[in-house]
Ligand binder design. Structure first.
Ligand SMILES: C[S@@+](CC[C@H](N)C(=O)[O-])C[C@H]1O[C@@H](n2cnc3c(N)ncnc32)[C@H](O)[C@@H]1O
Length: 309
């Protein structure tokens, strides 16, 4: 199956990163390589990109698509959480621009066998990095019911989290819940009929995907000191697709842009913190109407950007 994914907010990302020759860039979520391709084109003849993705299929697809750039592109199968270590191994240390375009690619959703979609019958998997455990089936079949309910509530904002978690527990006592379809049907029975265009299992599937891939932990791990990856004047762009991610990015960028992080009303500053970045977006940017017409999957994208000082 060909790797399909349309890069989101491509023009906006390039306007912020302003790729140039002789510079280096980190694309922490390489996917099909759409954003990296543009960075490499604009930073010719010798700008370089380190592209990371933890998904084997993305890495293979991007390598194929971007082969013509030769050694201007370095690809590693790794989590962006480990970007600092990979940059260190390459001797790059810092870069002039960083991009994270979070979440799933269209390829994930459209590849039935990856188990992300409730539209197709498949093994419950949902791992982007297939070297890692647990997968969705293990979570659904082994997690204590209270923990399952917490995941559905916190990561899926599912109002019927407890009811669904108890139904899963009852069902798995009879036998393992092995497929996407079994889970989707079970949720539909408990959580009620389709609301508008939204399938009743949408929130459950989102929650499980976030839990399986530890998406928030990985993003937070990156955000703890991600500004250190940038040269002074270097820029970082992060595109997120749900409010939990956007909140983490907003909080981190705010912290990085402050000159003091002492608790409010502290008489004398003792934190030792200093401003790390200047915010380039006070509120998140969203895709244009034209892009949304052409690519409805971009609809929940929120872009935030900052510049290292
Ligand atoms: C939305 S797609 C990126 C699409 C890409 N910008 C393009 O233009 O084709 C997100 C990609 O990030 C990858 N990904 C998500 N979390 C990751 C992480 N923690 N580390 C590395 N890659 C990650 C996914 O495997 C997926 O391929």
């Amino acid at each position: 199956m060909a790797y399909a994914h349309a890069p989101v907010m491509l023009q906006e990302v390039m306007e912020i990163l302003r790729p140039e020759a002789r510079r280096t860039y980190l694309d922490g979520t390489l996917g099909g390589g759409g954003h990296s391709e543009k960075i490499l084109e604009l930073s010719g003849p010798d700008g370089r990109v380190l592209g990371l993705d933890w998904d084997d299929e993305a890495v293979a697809a991007a390598r194929r698509r971007l082969e013509r750039f030769g050694d201007r592109l370095v690809v590693r199968r790794a989590s962006f959480r480990d970007a600092r270590e990979v940059l260190r191994q390459l001797g790059w240390e810092r870069v002039h621009g960083v991009l994270l375009d979070l979440g799933l690619s269209s390829h994930h959703v459209e590849s039935a066998d990856r188990g992300f979609s409730f539209q197709a019958e498949a093994k419950l998997d949902m791992r982007m990095d297939r070297r890692q455990a647990p997968d969705a089936s293990e979570i659904v079949n082994t997690l204590p019911v209270r923990e399952l309910a917490r995941i559905l509530r916190e990561y899926g904002e599912e109002p019927r989290a407890r009811r669904i978690a108890f139904a899963i527990e009852t069902e798995r006592r009879r036998g393992r819940i092995a497929s996407t379809k079994e889970l989707a049907d079970l949720v539909a029975r408990v959580a009620g009929k389709k609301r508008g265009h939204i399938h009743p299992a949408t929130r459950t599937f989102q929650a499980l995907r976030i839990a399986v891939n530890r998406e928030l932990e990985n993003l937070q791990g990156f955000l703890d000191d991600g500004y250190e990856l940038l040269h002074p004047g270097g820029r970082m762009v992060i595109i997120s697709f749900h409010s939990l991610e956007d909140r983490l990015v907003k909080q981190a960028f705010r912290k990085w842009s402050r000159s003091c992080i002492c608790p409010p009303k502290t008489p004398i500053c003792r934190c030792g913190w200093s401003q790390k970045v200047r915010l380039l977006t006070s509120t998140p940017r969203t895709p244009s109407d034209l892009e949304l017409q052409q690519n409805p999957r971009a609809r929940s994208a929120k872009l935030r950007a900052a510049e290292r000082i």
